[in-house]
Design a protein around this ligand. Structure first.
Ligand code: SF4
Length: 329
């Protein structure tokens, strides 16, 4: 019988799923993902997670519950640092512990630690240790790792070209030719936030699609070249400690300083500690650049379509009028 590994369709899923799936596939392990986020998933997470956890962690709990009985292993690695500079949010680091101590009836959890600081080839070493559970051949594990890395890089290129993660994954999986619809958008907004909020249609209340329907092209942080994000100088006495928060803040500074968009939306989650700072810094920066309208949208587990749609329509309308006024001035 094939061994099954479960991957919750949230958090790292949007950044690394093609790599994880390829690696396990190559070792003959079946990958099972949870279903897309839904009311049922969120309710299940809210019931079991700590009451003061942020929304994405509650969503993660919900996803784990929907697959834990269908798999032999759950893949919840302890990812600490992947760039030698910043670390992941403490909630990411403690994810497997939170799950182990909160839920019953779990399969074995693969929670190997990945920290590249002072540790050459840390990612390969971790994957080797993970792979040893499923294969005795170091060569086979190495080949699986190389193929996984190659697919990750192809996936990242597709996302940079502007494909949403779900579309990029389909193109990659089916080896499809790329076909992009051309649209006539009148505005362009940067939508900045953590990938597990921005790209999860249920959690984000379909914000990207809603903007497209209002005639707005969207650009996300994952579409920016890494060099642009890394070069953006926040001028803060210290960099942000947390990887995703640092990227979101830097990308906002990039757009404020270099333009290229008609507005910026920060999509943030209720209960996110790092975002209480990130959002404030973005708001302060926006005051120096009144020509680029800025709006912050906080999502919680009760966010509804109607409320968000009204706010977006009002914001888009305001930006359109401002643009027209600037043209006629
Ligand atoms: S960065 Fe914020 S939203 Fe993401 S896991 Fe940490 S606390 Fe939650």
């Amino acid at each position: 019988m094939t061994i099954k590994v479960g991957i919750p369709k949230t958090l790292f899923y949007y950044n690394y799923y093609p790599m994880i799936e390829t690696f396990f596939d190559e070792l003959g392990v079946e990958v099972v993902t949870s279903d897309s986020t839904s009311r049922k998933v969120i309710d299940a997470g809210v019931r079991e997670a700590l009451a003061d956890a942020c929304v994405p962690i509650k969503v993660f709990f919900g996803h784990v519950q929907t697959i834990k009985d269908k798999v032999d292993y759950l893949f919840i690695p302890r990812v600490v640092c992947l760039n030698k500079k910043t670390i992941y949010c403490p909630k990411f680091l403690a994810l497997s512990d939170m799950i182990k101590h909160s839920l019953d009836g779990l399969p074995e959890i693969i929670d190997n630690r990945i920290d590249v600081r002072g540790n050459h080839f840390a990612v390969w070493k971790t994957f080797y240790h993970i792979g040893k559970r499923f294969s005795n051949s170091k060569c086979k594990i190495f080949k699986a790792y190389l193929k996984a890395k190659g697919n990750l890089s192809k996936y990242q290129d597709l996302v940079k070209e502007g494909y949403l993660p779900s579309v990029a994954m389909t193109i990659l999986k089916n080896n499809n030719s790329k076909q992009k619809m051309s649209h006539n958008y009148s505005l362009r907004f940067a939508v900045l936030g953590y990938p597990y909020i921005v790209y999860d249609n249920y959690v984000s209340v379909n914000l990207l699609t809603k903007l497209n329907h209002l005639g707005v092209e969207t650009v996300t942080l994952e579409q920016l070249p890494d060099t642009w994000v890394n070069k953006a100088n926040t001028m803060l006495p210290k960099d942000m400690f947390w990887t995703f928060s640092d990227k979101v803040l830097r990308s906002s500074y990039h757009f404020f300083e270099h333009g290229g968009v008609d507005g910026i939306i920060h999509l943030t989650a209720f209960g996110c500690g790092p975002d209480s700072m990130v959002d404030k810094y973005m708001e302060l920066k926006s005051k120096q650049y009144p020509d680029i309208p800025f709006m912050s949208v906080t999502i919680d587990e009760h966010s509804g379509e109607a409320g968000l749609a009204t706010r977006l329509e009002a914001f888009v309308d305001m930006v359109k009028r401002k643009k027209e006024a600037d043209v006629n001035a």
